[in-house]
Design a protein around this ligand. Sequence first.
Ligand code: EPZ
Length: 425
Amino acid sequence: MTEHFLVRGGARLVGEVEVVGAKNSVLKLMAAALLAEGTTTITNCPQILDVPLMADVLRSLGCEVTLDGDTATITTPAELNHRADSPSMGKLRASVCVLGPLVGRCKRAVVALPGGDAIGSRPLDMHQNGLRQLGAHSEIEHGCVVAEAEGLHGAQIWLDFPSVGATENILMAAVLAPGTTVIDNAAREPEIVNLCTMLTEMGARVEGAGTSTLTVEGVERLRPTEHRVIGDRIVGATWAFAAAMTMGDVTVRGVNPHHLDLVLEKLRAAGAEITTLDDGDGFRVVQDERPRAVDFVTLPYPGFATDLQPFAIALTSIAEGTSMITENLFEARFRFIEEMVRLGADARTDGHHAVVRGVERLSSAPVWASDIRAGVGLVLAGLRADGVTEVWDVFHIDRGYPMFVENMQKLGADVRRVDDEPDRA
Ligand code: EPZ
């Protein structure tokens, strides 16, 4: 791909930005539609590359899917194809979330191993162990996760780590497994709560959403529903970091500020003034002075999200003082730092720690996005660099950010998408 962004440094971001539904929620809600025969409608869907990819996956399983603006309509047949091996499977991580619903409904599944951001090894052992405890046999064969069960039953399941994906897959199988399932050390992310709310609307019996213990009473069947995706807290936080880095004044609408309590606290420590909107549907970030150094530690929710780690590095790279960033979830997520060093950042890693000494100003250079958040982190850094930074492989960004360039320009940033296909040059 030769499409890239040109980012001219120096602008102060000012204005209001609207955030729509969360990528890491909508894709799982689309998978959950497999659990009930009939038509499920999902609203407030973000217009990002991953949504049509997930739609393709569902079509390959026998569903009819229409995407119209911010609404996805999914009609699930009585009989599902249990083999998920469409080419789209390898283009996103969330495709693996059809595994639980297929095991729940069909008692068997052959699911091609997922793709998605190359930020670490990302095994599926906890997904498989959970399904095994529900009564399924599961192996990895020919590049697919294969799971089969004569019958499912409730179980007491302990997760080694509060994995988002494993919690979602086990939950979506357990809702149709006779008996009681308890998932302990479950993930607590707001996207998990949103999934539990939708499953409950479909007739599932789930308790403990948002806590470390989910209790599920299996039911015989579920019904389709209409459900709204929660605002994307990761996108909302992106604009907050952009405001702090450019000493701007940005109002973010469409996100529950309480989904970002710790994040906003960290930005306050960096010197930002943050107020919640009266209607609770967002917040305002004003940064008057050069940000101060702050330490960050990535942890499962309600800890500081690993998806915001590149923004923490971008912010601390121009802050006053030295910061320590600790990455506890994805061992390869510090790859981002290699590109930041091209922009003049003074950052080095040692295992899962990074030390970042803030510099007055970064300097522009050609850089490459290696995943969604790293790509956006490079654009934020480019806003604080002398000259024009070229950010390449921006398709990563389009996977997770709707209208990214348009929103940047609306806030006063000089960011342009260019495509200089050689034959059109
Ligand atoms: C989800 O990934 C998100 N992706 C990620 O966002 C996010 O970074 C991550 O949760 C953590 O919040 C989607 O929702 C599509 P995990 P997921 O299972 O489900 C290990 C973005 O930028 N693990 O919670 O894959 C794993 O290797 C993306 O939007 C196992 O060891 O994350 C990791 O170290 C990037 N075995 C840790 O757990 C397993 O079976 C957390 O992974 C499962 C996970």
